[in-house]
Design a protein around this ligand. Structure first.
Ligand code: ATP
Length: 261
C-alpha cells in the first residue's frame, strides 16, 4: 500500500522549514538544545524520539506557538511568530490532543472549517470523509478516539496545505488506518510536491513512510538525513539494520522509542 518514496527535491529549492541553533528551556529543563534542521520541500519528514524528547516543543516553534528563546525558525522563509497568518494559512496541523468542538456534527465541522480556507477542496473533503468512514451526521463528542483522529486529519488535509504538520498522528488511529490510509495519504501529498512533517515514537512506522528521518533525544538532534542514506551508512557486513537498531546505536536502548505499536 505504501508507494515509492518521493524523489529528492532538486538542488537549489529552498527548504520549507529552516531551524538554526534553537534552544528552549522550561525552568531548569532543556527541552531543545541547539537544534538545527532543514525540511526539504516535497518530502515526508519523520521526526522520531522517545516520550519527552522534544518533538512537540519543536513543532510548536514551527507553528509560532512558542517564540525562539535563542536561535531562529523560518517557515517558507518567514518568522512564524512575527507573521502567523503568512505561515499558518499555508500549514495544516493535527495536534496530539486533536481538540475538535464536541458539540458539532461531522458535516458542521467540515462547513465551519472550510470558511477559514479559500483553497478548501469540497470534493476532496467528501472523498476523505468516505475513505475515513465518518458519518456526516455523527456528533464529534460521540466519535471514538480513532474517529476523532480521522476527522482531525480530514480537516488538516482538505485545504491541501503546502506543509502538513502531524504531531503523533498515529496515537489515535487503529493499525489498518495507520498502515493503509495514512501511508497512502502522506505519499500522495509528497507526490504532489507538498511537504509533510510528522512526529512519531513508532520507528517501524517512520521507516515505512518517511523519506527523511530526524532522530531527537533529550532535546538534541542525534541524526538527520534521508532514510536511504541512513540505512546505507549503517550497513554492517552487508546487512542493513532496522531504524530501531540504528536509533539504539546512537542513543542507547533506554532512550529509544517503541519499535512497535
Ligand atoms: P511526547 O512524545 O511524550 O509527546 P515530546 O517528544 O513531544 O514527548 P515535549 O512535549 O516536546 O516532548 O517535551 C520535551 C520536554 O519539555 C519534556 O521533558 C517535557 O516535560 C518538557 N515540557 C514541554 N512543555 C513544557 C511546559 N509547557 N512546561 C514545562 N515543561 C515542559
Amino acid at each position: 500500500m505504501i508507494a515509492n518514496r518521493s524523489p529528492q527535491p532538486p538542488a537549489g529549492v529552498a527548504p520549507v522549514v529552516e531551524i538554526e541553533n534553537l534552544t528552549r528551556h522550561f525552568g531548569v529543563k532543556t527541552a531543545l538544545d541547539a537544534v538545527s534542521l532543514s525540511v526539504p520541500r516535497g518530502t515526508v519528514f519523520g521526526l522520531v524520539g522517545a516520550n519527552g524528547a522534544g518533538k512537540t516543543t519543536l513543532i510548536k516553534h514551527i507553528l509560532g506557538l512558542l517564540r525562539a528563546e535563542s536561535g531562529s525558525v523560518r517557515v517558507f522563509g518567514l518568522d512564524p511568530v512575527a507573521d502567523p497568518v503568512g505561515v499558518l494559512s499555508r500549514v495544516g496541523y493535527l495536534s496530539e490532543e486533536n481538540d475538535l468542538p464536541g458539540w458539532m456534527r461531522v458535516d458542521e465541522l467540515i462547513r465551519y472549517s472550510r470558511s477559514f480556507y479559500p483553497a478548501w477542496d469540497d470534493a476532496y473533503a467528501e472523498e476523505l470523509r468516505q475513505t475515513f468512514a465518518l458519518d456526516a451526521t455523527a456528533k464529534i463528542k460521540n466519535l471514538s478516539k480513532g474517529q476523532k483522529a480521522r476527522a482531525g486529519l480530514l480537516i488538516a488535509l482538505a485545504y491541501r496545505p503546502e506543509l502538513l504538520v502531524l504531531d503523533e498522528p498515529s496515537s489515535g488511529l487503529d493499525p489498518i488506518v495507520r498502515r493503509d490510509i495514512l501511508g497512502a495519504v502522506l505519499r500522495t501529498i509528497a507526490g504532489e510536491g507538498r511537504t509533510v512533517l510528522f512526529s512519531s515514537h513508532l520507528l517501524e512506522e517512520v521507516e515505512q513512510v518517511a523519506d527523511h528521518v530526524t532522530m531527537i533525544s533529550q532535546g538534541k538532534i542525534v541524526l538527520s538525513a534521508p532514510l536511504d542514506a541512513i540505512r546505507e551508512s549503517h550497513r554492517v557486513n552487508g546487512r542493513v539494520p532496522s531504524l530501531n537498531e540504528i536509533f539504539v546505536m546512537h542513543v542507547g536502548s533506554a532512550a529509544a522509542p517503541s519499535a512497535g505499536a
